[in-house]
Ligand binder design. Sequence first.
Ligand code: ZN
Length: 133
Amino acid sequence: MKILKIDHLGIAVNSIEEGRKFWGDALGLEFEGTETVEAQKVTTAFMPVGESEVELLESTAPDGPVAKFIEKKGEGIQHVAFRVENIEEALAELKEKGVKLIDEKPRMGAGGAKIAFLHPKATKGVLVELCER
Ligand code: ZN
């Protein structure tokens, strides 16, 4: 498995409009619009930071994973995403190593990326996303 870089940090917010006031207006990160991924009940906004990005996540439904995260922990960093060269290969390797996965097969994420989540129980409490673009 080859990890290329930290692709993005996923940050759960109650409202992307509100989140933009800090991440966009105060920090000056460029806002490139939003995209809704219905399957995950989330609207995302990617904001480039050098080689990586910040991903703001706003839930589209009260029972979505981002809404549940905020309910339990409040707004904040929800996941760390690593870009891998080949996501199928990476998942197979991790499975072989006995790492608990949420997604055994990649699914479609925002921006047409192939993504998969590892189980936080296997990662010392950090929700890790693998992505391939
Ligand atoms: Zn993400």
